[in-house]
Design a protein around this ligand. Structure first.
Ligand SMILES: [Zn+2]
Length: 412
């Protein structure tokens, strides 16, 4: 219990420190009451072993998997759970799983990537260009000056693309084409893949790379997979990078190893993210590639140093709206294999309430007072350690108002 409490405190602590420095309005509003005049509910769940966990509902959530510690932890926990089920399903099907890591060379001056708005604008300009080209080919009227201005703008945006933009193109290249079609039939057939993007900030700039879980239907050794499918995936990866002016090292550019549930698989990876984000590990063990984004955030809020802040803002702007985890689809759908159902969005997962068995409704004024005095996590600890009666006493002692809220039916 003490450990859970500590984690929650660091998480809430970091949350309130993040608010003044974030450049994203949605993240700034995360954790504020959904109804500005209404209150917030303190919800308590008691597990079968008698352990309690408490949380607040009625608060806005931003669903930012990249920039909000609280939402990132919640989402990572869900992803870890789903990927564990995938590993069990692969085991059940008699298959084997591998983790392929693909990296790229980078230097200090490389941009991380276009912002969400820039990416949307670039897509729009590309669509317009094909319309202009069609108009030109058919001798239809179009505004040539506007077309020319847009061509210049498109070119400028293209030049500004960074590592992350190139990575997305390269991964698309890795998972397409005739060789890939044939490779998917090997080793009992590819059951599917799941891919995450990881970014760290090192002495050499942004280190952007891919971890992909590859699951095959038969038992096969890592040497065999690395020597065939893996080597060909890396060759396409490097080829795609080179076409965009980037590069990958033959010796250190990739790695493929066999993984088991809880041992180096993607579920394990998300469990580590959830733990890192909750604070207990943030100062320990820098990753080989440099600081994780959450370590970068910690440095920014600890020091308010200009370079750390600028780095954090670049991170927020470039990462916004990008997907952390993607899955293969169609007949190689790992989610269907594991019977996971439709994938919930990051926003949906972050907005889900705790399935509580008892609740207290705190008035708007009560919540305001608790928040202003930074007592939100203290109240959670009281409820978790000693139950809702203790929480009532805690509120009464401070002259704060509450009512016993009806427990709504469990939401699924
Ligand atoms: Zn959030």
């Amino acid at each position: 219990m003490a450990k859970a409490q500590h984690r929650r405190e660091t998480r809430w602590g970091r949350r309130s420190q993040l608010r003044p420095i974030t450049s994203l309005r949605r993240v700034r509003n995360c954790g504020t009451p959904l109804d500005p005049d209404g209150g917030v509910t303190l919800a308590l769940t008691t597990g079968e072993d008698g352990s309690r966990s408490a949380g607040y509902s009625g608060l806005a959530s931003c669903g930012s998997v990249w920039s909000c510690p609280q939402c990132a932890a919640k989402i990572a926990t869900r992803r870890a759970d789903e990927l564990s089920k995938v590993m069990r399903a692969v085991d059940g099907a008699g298959g084997s799983a591998f983790l392929l890591t693909l990296t790229m060379r980078h230097s200090r001056g490389d941009r991380l990537g276009l912002s969400k708005d820039e990416r949307a604008r670039l897509r729009r300009l590309e669509e317009n260009r094909s319309l202009y080209e069609a108009a030109n080919a058919n001798h239809w009227d179009f505004d040539e000056r506007e077309a020319e201005a847009e061509a210049i703008e498109e070119n400028t945006l293209r030049q500004a693309r960074g590592c992350w933009d190139v990575l997305s193109d390269a991964w698309a290249r890795v998972t397409s084409g005739g060789a890939w079609q044939a490779d998917q039939e090997l080793f009992g057939g590819l059951l599917g893949w799941a891919r995450v993007v990881e970014v760290t900030d090192g002495d050499n700039g942004w280190h952007v790379h891919v971890h992909a879980l590859l699951c095959f239907g038969a038992q096969v050794s890592a040497e065999l997979v690395a020597g065939s499918v893996g080597a060909r995936m890396f060759a396409r990866w490097r080829g795609a990078l080179e076409r965009k002016g980037f590069d990958a090292s033959d010796d250190h550019g990739w790695d493929l190893r066999r993984v088991q549930l809880g041992d180096g698989d993607l579920a394990d990876y998300f469990t580590k993210i959830a733990h890192e984000v909750t604070g207990s590990h943030r100062k320990e063990g820098q990753r080989a590639g440099g600081r994780t984004p959450m370590q970068l955030l910690a440095d920014a809020v600890d020091t308010y140093e200009e370079s750390a802040m600028a780095r954090w803002w670049e991170w927020e702007q470039s990462s916004e709206g990008r997907r952390q985890l993607t899955w293969s689809t169609g007949r190689r759908d790992l989610r269907r294999l594991a019977m996971l159902g439709e994938e919930a969005t990051d926003e949906d997962i972050a907005a889900e309430d705790l399935d509580a068995d008892s609740r207290l409704a705190l008035s708007g004024d009560t919540w305001d007072c608790v928040q202003r005095n930074n007592r939100a996590c203290e109240l959670l600890s009281v409820a978790e350690n000693d139950g809702l009666d203790a929480a009532r006493t805690w509120l009464k002692d401070r002259g704060l108002l509450w009512s016993d809220a009806p427990t709504p039916p469990l939401r699924r």
